[in-house]
Design a protein around this ligand. Sequence first.
Ligand code: PLP
Length: 396
Amino acid sequence: MLIKSRLFTPGPTPLLPSAQLAMASADIHHRTADFRALYSKVIADTQTFIGTQHDVIILAASGTGAMEAAVSNLTSPGDKVLVITAGKFGERWKSLAAAFGCNVELASAEYGETVSISAIQAKLNKDVRAVFVQATETSTGVRHDVKAIGQAIRAAAPDAMFIVDGITGLGTTHLDADAWGIDVLIGGSQKAVMIPPGLAYCSVSEPAWQRMEETKSPRYYFDLRKERKSAAKGESAYTPAIALIAALAAAYEYLRSMGGGDLAKGREALVNNAEMCAEMTREAALALGLKLFAPTAPSAAVTSIIAPEGVDSTDIVKTFRRQFGAVISNGQGEMKGEIFRMAHLGYFDFLDTIATIAALEQILAKLSKPRHFEFGTGVKAAQVVYARYAAQASSK
Ligand SMILES: *Cc1c(COP(=O)(O)O)cnc(C)c1O
């Protein structure tokens, strides 16, 4: 049988064809008027995509580069910081802050759950200089209530910097960076913007620029102040990832067309699309008798499903790849073998989603005997979800 290779992972995600073409032909020098025009446009579009009036910085790095920049630019050794952690990426905040000498407090949740607002409030006080969180924790598939966290911070620690890893939250969650008091909101290129890994981007608030003038952690390549100065002239401080910048411009054009010429509307449509694909997948999993790993606050970026009794999730992941050419994700760390994760962020549509559900039915029938569902049970549940979204969209 013919097998097509496809990514269903929460980063890297499938590439937008027009972005791939743009990359291949991006043979320009970065200290030229052509590049300055491209870069300035991409920065302005990134502001719209993030949904912020604040300055936007683009770095040649994977997402973690911007996470490190947030820590090194906004903290000093000895600063008390609060890390809100519900999984592997929350743990990355903890390690990063510790690496820069911060005095790290944790507000944490079990894998598969979100950190409650009361647990966060209990750790907030005027000594907290910065708070770090994930909008969506990709390792478990949960979503945090970023707006409520922002309110809690402003009430109890008004001077604290609020830093949000939105690397899989942007493009899958309706976020209002400025209104919710987010000082730094971070994204990564290999997620919802449908291009390869290699760029990290973030919005930076005015209070954050002020904080940078007094912080004492070492920084050089990731000195955001240097990038801000260069960006004002349409340039980057060092050699930018030119091809990825060209790809990002093409991705924004695609999103703009999704929004009928309006990029902000295109972004909303992308979020709604992810919500739909995620809900199709959750309903299908439940109809097939599977349990969700993050049932109370599931993200639209990725759906985590617990492997059925007696089945190792590694076998599900391997069978997806071998039989259908589809790359899905295993659990990370302790969750490996227990859960599998299917992504919805970026360039995924109805056909991708319905087909993965059909493939999952075939795989479960093979790995978990006796089969306890009729073929089509998951697909049917997903069809109902799609029909509801389609009816809503056509009534607008
Ligand atoms: C992918 C991802 C990152 C960044 O990882 P990199 O490998 O550095 O790009 C950070 N946080 C979350 C929530 C992610 O999903």
